[in-house]
Design a protein around this ligand. Sequence first.
Ligand SMILES: Cc1ncc(COP(=O)(O)O)c(C=O)c1O
Length: 517
Amino acid sequence: MSFQGQPAATVTSAARTGNARAHLFNDRTVDGYRLSLAAGVERVATRIARTERPFSGITPAALAPEITAIDLESPLADPAAALDELESVYLRDAVYFHHPRYLAHLNCPVVIPALLGEAVLTAVNSSLDTWDQSAGGTLIERRLIDWTAQRLGLGQDADGVFTSGGSQSNFQALLLAREEACVLAAKNSAVPLTKHDILPKLRILASEAGHFSVQKAAKMLGLGMEAVICVEAGPDRRMRPAALAREIDHCDREGLTVMAVVATAGTTDFGTIDPLDRIADLCEWAGLWLHVDAAYGCGLLASRTRRHLLAGIERADSVTVDYHKSFFQPVSSSALLVRDKSTLRHATYYADYLNPARMAEQRIPNQVDKSIQTTRRFDALKLWLTLRIMGADAIGELFDEVVDRAADAWELLTDDPRFEVVTKSQLSTVVFRYLPPEGPARALTDASNLYAREALAASGEAVVAGTKVDGRHFLKFTLLNPETSLDDIAAVLDLLAEHAGRYLNEQLSPEFRRLAG
Ligand SMILES: Cc1ncc(COP(=O)(O)O)c(C=O)c1O
């Protein structure tokens, strides 16, 4: 097999010579690079053009043997052969987020300018730790951090850093908050205190609808998951300020130190935004660090019509934004922003071999002093090209479209007696469940929803998510694709109802009941 329009001999000659250096990317191998990349792009383009379903429905049991059977000790040498192989071990059965009937998790379709950025950044392969490994890359990332901080309204002293994702951003925010809390506790204590004394008393207050990365962060920070106190949310699934006030008071009376309050701007399940201004009031009054997890809701920063939904975010001490959720960027692309750049010092360590203190004194810019990573991808380039080619308004328009679509889907479900829908999202999720007819079928509500979701995924016709609401199994659409139409949504609802109905018929048929005893 040969690459598009190229004789196979040209492409594979380096590989056949067994010359490992011919695979190195440099001035002598740029032709091979062009051909290889073009061939890879062609495969993906062909696959995307022909993808009729978001998923093939393959099971792990069916796919695992194919991957296990690959002999990693026997290279194929020919890139075209490796791409052929990749078709069957990956491309054929991948889950395609660009498909309008992929409606499951917080994965967005990606914009082409960001894919261009991805291709450039991996080839140049800058590492965003020090200036001497990135040069302009460091300055570009800084511009984007400033741009985001300005959109957030964090003020002149704000700063931040790109991270691998929302979990890492939340972790780093809580690391900074923990360190600040320790400094403060030691300062305010009449007797000398060590970290050992302070850590067991630290607590994090987060909404019960918040993301689990907060619990994981608490564990990694040596506090244990128990250090996270879940603050009650109302029926609208937003943190209740009164409940937050109660928990702050309770911690105070118990001699515990609240090291951070975590508000969520876009909960994973319900797409709801905590009342940021009222939470900020409480944090200000009690002198507490406010972290806003806007991993999902950050898309509103680009919206010309819905930015007001984030009102109060400008009062946060730290904010998580995931461009790879609502800015249509490929994974990874996230950032942590802080109101006071000096707090980033808690992530700083000067090493003679990398970032000696004298470099900071000489004002040589680097990002490693702000990051918990060392070698780090130049993910910022994807957002840079997106803004330079499309502009922020265009991103905001795409996000607005999916928020509108979710509102329409919610209406559709409200009018459909086959389904029950919960809390209207402020963003783009819809949580609902199939409701079997009154009678014996009702007892199978949970099971029929679980079945319908699995059967739908197995058919590959669409992929939806599942979650639990008040202990019961529900289904969830996360709408991030403007190409998903209301007709798509209606069709997926019909499929879900069909699968659930079939399940109920089977379970309730006299024959089944007889067999089940
Ligand atoms: C609200 C929220 N915060 C944080 C995260 C974690 O982000 P990531 O998956 O990028 O680590 C998610 C992921 O869905 C999320 O929904």
